[in-house]
Design a protein around this ligand. Sequence first.
Ligand code: FAD
Length: 393
Amino acid sequence: EHFPVVIVGAGPAGLTIGAILRAAGVDCLVLETETREFIEQRPRAGVLEEWAVRGLRQRGLADNLTERAQLHTECEFRFGGERFRFSYAELTGQHHFVYPQQFLVTDLVREYADVRGGEIRFGVRDVRLLDLDTSVPSVSYISARTGQREVVRCDFVAGCDGARGVTRTVLPPTAEISRHDYGVGWLALLAEAPPSNDCVVFGIHPNGFAGHMARSPEVTRYYLECPPGDDPENWSHERVWSELQQRLGAADRPSLTEGRLIEKRVLDMHNYIVEPMVFGRLFLAGDAAHLTAPIAAKGMNLALHDAYLLGDALVAYLTKGEESGLDAYSQTCLRRVWDYQEFSEWLSGVYHGTSSGDPYRAGTTFARLRRLFTSPAAAAAFAEQYLGTAPAY
Ligand code: FAD
């Protein structure tokens, strides 16, 4: 069996690449360890930047999103019981789109498989990559249907299997992997409760950072800074809501609307970046190539950025023999990746400085916040990074 492209992983990156290839008449196969039902319900990210939505629209992948996403124009910082609104849309003319990741994945599966006729093999196990440094690589896996190992030959492999996948593990020692550990955990929560504010809220508090992000009229994502490796069982319903009320409280606002917690897991906040994102005929995309802790809500956006570039580059090569897109792929992706990494690093200083117990870090945190709300130049620079609109990419 032979496909021009085998895509490992049916997340936002892999499915977008598949949809781009199918639209250009290039055949491909997607391999996914989970079931369709599972990936269509897995809640994670929810914030998309305007250029990312434009990219989906241009490729005919944003019909439902355009109808259902909420537009956000402001965010709010809370500290010392006070609220500070930041109107980024006013400064940039651009918005954030709030659209839960599982809705996007559902749209992409439907478009790739049901509309454009692409094939996905779900429930595969033990995926292995072979002969990547030749022009005839292959991918093998244990099929859910037959229980047997099957082999697929291809021209290219797109490694889109996220942070826990296998494609990154086959890189040779020459690949450089940079890592950064923030030394903090975030308890990631989903509450069956309507949002308690009309925009995202960042609570800067001596007990630790807290975040409030709308996902839908019925569900809200919250984050609570906690020790890395903490056990979610240490966080009872009562403790979660008491900390959220405290860290996100503002004197002139009613308390948060509480609800049942339907997700509760600890994320150890860390990042990594693989350079280059290419090894022979293997091209990594999304979290497989670079992880960005959800500090600045950038991960899904970067996955889409890679997918647009790789999808278009593979189409150009496989239909017209043009190599320039594939040659530039890694470098072009990494410019935006590093820029977002640097912004996350800066924002982490703001979120975690006050709770670090270090008066020096607390002092610089407040200096950063004061600058944001007093200097128009600092505000413009923040808005540009928050929305990913810098021209340098
Ligand atoms: P994934 O979505 O991880 O998809 C990879 C796919 O590969 C999965 O379906 C997986 O099952 C499959 N797979 C894994 N191993 C194998 C294998 N060996 N073989 C075959 N398939 C395999 N980003 C934002 O932009 N904004 C946010 O607000 C945000 N919030 C987040 C909150 C949380 C709690 C988390 C965990 C992440 C958040 N992110 C956010 C990050 C975002 O979810 C990821 O960056 C995004 O999912 C990356 O997409 P991907 O396609 O690269 O990888």
